[in-house]
Design a protein around this ligand. Structure first.
Ligand code: ADP
Ligand code: ZN
Length: 207
């Protein structure tokens, strides 16, 4: 099964992709985490992406596609895409690449969370820039790896508003795009992590 998780920043896509991946063994491909890892590793192309990420803007399509497909070269069936596609252009590229590899897209899950809830969540979370884990409270030391925690540079009020604006402008159109293909399934993203993960499994018929 191959699927896309769609939803605003802070909707819990990454968390849910991780849970689903553990349960099913499908590959979890989170583009935000991928980009941050490549930046940490000093990847030259990723460093070009860094300034966009810090501003809360999307990395330009060509660069994004290049970085993603260089890293996911031989990914086969059993894929959870979290954070890609985010523009119609990226969605078209994905459709073509999947077709070329004889892969089918089985579902697009839209995790619905209000803008107000997004702002609340992002302002109170901390993300470890050493191991990449995200926690739903402000922490000083990472419980996972012990490193000092710095707030993600894009988790400040101004950049959060920008990311939401970018989401509505560039990613909202994907809802219609996948609705027309009969692939879209809407999931309420407010509730506990467990509740949402159950809703996701229900929507996929793997409860
Ligand atoms: P969030 O979804 O919380 O905004 P992510 O960790 O998924 O955060 O992504 C962080 C940043 O990485 C985005 O703001 C954007 O700059 C960049 N990014 C991630 N995925 C994409 C994509 N598919 N296209 C362009 N930029 C992307
Ligand atoms: Zn850590």
């Amino acid at each position: 099964m191959n699927l896309i998780l769609l939803g605003p920043p802070g909707s819990g896509k990454g968390t849910q992709a991780g849970i689903l991946s553990t349960r099913t063994g499908w590959n979890d491909l989170g583009t935000g985490d991928l980009l941050r890892r490549l930046v940490r590793e000093g990847n030259e192309k990723a460093l070009l992406a860094k300034s966009y990420m810090e501003k809360g803007e999307l990395v330009p399509d060509t660069l994004m596609v290049e970085l993603l497909f260089a890293e996911s070269g031989d990914l086969g069936d059993g894929l959870i895409l979290d954070g890609f596609p985010r523009t119609l252009n990226q969605a078209d590229t994905l459709t073509q690449r999947m077709r070329a590899r004889n892969l089918t897209l089985d579902a697009v899950l839209l995790i619905d969370v209000s803008d107000q809830e997004v702002e609340r969540r992002l302002l109170q979370r901390s993300a470890c820039s050493t191991c990449g884990k995200i926690f739903n409270q402000k922490l000083v030391v990472c419980p996972a790896c012990g490193a000092q925690i710095e707030t993600r540079t894009d988790d400040n009020a101004e950049t959060i508003r920008k990311r939401l604006q970018v989401y509505h402008q560039q990613t909202d159109p994907l809802v219609t795009y996948y609705q027309q293909q009969g692939l879209l399934r809407r999931i309420c993203g407010e509730g506990t992590i467990d509740e949402i993960s159950r809703r996701i499994r229900q929507a996929l018929g793997i409860a």
